[in-house]
Design a protein around this ligand. Structure first.
Ligand SMILES: C[S@@+](CC[C@H](N)C(=O)[O-])C[C@H]1O[C@@H](n2cnc3c(N)ncnc32)[C@H](O)[C@@H]1O
Length: 420
């Protein structure tokens, strides 16, 4: 281990890859719908902020810092600025945006956790607020309303949208909802986070025969006199990143590089919850794999993806602040972080299996009569959520918690804890 450490931390910093004016990037730009002048202006302001941050840091910032600013810089980042984001007119569609049946099925798991702990819940990263409305309405129908529904949301713009959605869809329940500005000191009840871990800023790791590097962001002049643009830059991996990367025992290619990610922010977040969750469970829904599948030698370009108007691309430097940037979740790391900090790992399965266990087909049956336009629309959405080729297999559900004595219904059949 010591030899590997020495060998791998000896490399020089180097500038690599394409930048925002490369032919590859120009090809992506021309195939995507063009942003408005106002959106471009916001992106230029964010780029200027990123440039000054890189200069202040001595010429290199880790990708995790770039991603943090690109998504969450106040007023400018993708989630904290004015971009449309969700739905057909935005950049991507999430399960609650697809159908209320997702929230209705999830409600049965939330109800069980609340009854086994305390009648309150927190939703982290509530997006447009649709899931909050669906959960509250279904819990009301079941006679199991939470006394308080906390929403923990980083984006001020989305907090406003969530408020409006709740006022429109569940006005009589809106008074139960409160927006939290930090994790609570202590909490009992159910915690839900749908597609939140995948937008936490990650560090990029580059494993080569010569050493282990961290890929970050630098400024480089592509054409003399035309100013500097954002560009990839590798630096020797150091400190906590190096330590965590070595523990992963990443594939080392004989030639070229093996690029991947590590979500240290997600791991720290899980540990913070472990310090606060007195009794209850967290339900984490996202796309991802167990570690053994995540760091496969064949997955040599990592899982980082950007979304702009429903088109996935691989260039986070394209219009910073106007694209979503996401990565797949290494569920083993999340489960380990929770477990090491004192939580129990209660279940892990595919989204399809979880939703079937939670009775999504019964929720669909309530939409009858079969064959009506509404039923057919709902059935199509259920199909999208559950078929292996769409969201059913790629998305997983992880439950961690404390003091829950009964087995969780969402994992009653097809639990895959053994794969973590
Ligand atoms: C991809 S969206 C998913 C939104 C929603 N859960 C859904 O399924 O439609 C990610 C959401 O998580 C929020 N978010 C990201 N990291 C967060 C954090 N550490 N704490 C609270 N919210 C966070 C974002 O602002 C955004 O609302």
């Amino acid at each position: 281990m010591g030899g590997l450490l020495a060998r791998r931390s000896g490399s020089e910093r180097r500038t690599v890859g394409y930048n925002a004016a490369s032919p590859f990037c120009v090809a992506i730009m021309s195939s995507l719908p063009q942003p408005s002048a106002e959106a471009l202006e916001q992106s230029h302001r964010l780029t200027a902020l990123l440039q000054s941050e890189i200069l202040a840091a001595g010429g290199w910032i880790p990708f995790s810092r770039f991603m943090e600013l690109a998504l969450y810089a106040p007023g400018l980042g993708y989630y904290s600025g004015g971009a449309r984001k969700f739905g057909p007119a935005g950049d991507f569609i999430t399960a609650p945006e697809l159908t209320p049946l997702f929230g209705q099925a999830l409600a049965s798991q939330v109800e069980q956790v609340m009854k086994a702990s305390a009648m309150q819940m927190i939703e982290v990263g509530a997006g447009t607020g649709l899931l909050a409305a669906d959960l509250l309405l279904e819990l009301e129908r079941r006679g199991s309303l939470p006394l308080r529904y906390g929403i923990l949301e980083l984006s001020a713009e989305l907090r406003e949208r969530q408020f409006d959605t709740l006022a429109q869809r569940a006005p009589h329940l809106a008074a139960r909802v409160e927006w939290l500005h930090a994790l609570p000191e202590s909490f009992s009840g159910a915690v839900v986070a749908n597609e939140v871990l995948d937008v936490m800023p990650v560090h990029l790791l580059v494993s080569t025969a010569d050493g282990l590097l961290e890929r970050g962001v630098v400024l480089a002049e592509r054409i003399k006199g035309e100013g500097e643009v954002l560009c990839w830059g590798d630096s020797p991996a150091q400190g906590a990143v190096l330590e965590a990367a070595l523990a992963l025992d990443l594939p080392v290619p004989e030639e070229g590089e093996y690029l991947t990610e590590i979500n240290l922010a997600g791991q720290a977040w899980m540990a913070s919850w472990a310090d606060r969750l007195e009794r209850g469970a967290m339900l984490l829904i996202d796309y991802g794999y167990p570690r053994a599948e995540y760091y496969l030698p064949s997955r040599s370009s990592g899982t980082l993806l950007c979304y702009y108007r429903h088109q996935a691309h691989a260039d986070p430097f394209l219009w910073p602040g106007l694209n979503d940037i996401t990565e797949f979740v290494d569920f083993t790391s999340m489960a380990e972080a929770a477990f090491d900090a004192g939580l129990e790992v209660l279940g892990y399965t595919s989204q399809a299996q979880f939703l079937f266990n939670c009775g999504i087909l019964d929720c669909l049956a309530r939409r009858g009569p079969e064959g009506s336009a509404d039923y057919v629309r709902a059935a199509r959405a259920v199909q999208r959520l559950t078929t292996p080729q769409e969201m059913g297999e790629l998305f997983k559900v992880l439950a961690v918690g404390r003091g829950i004595e009964t087995a969780l219904i969402g994992f009653a059949r097809g639990d895959r804890l053994h794969t973590l």
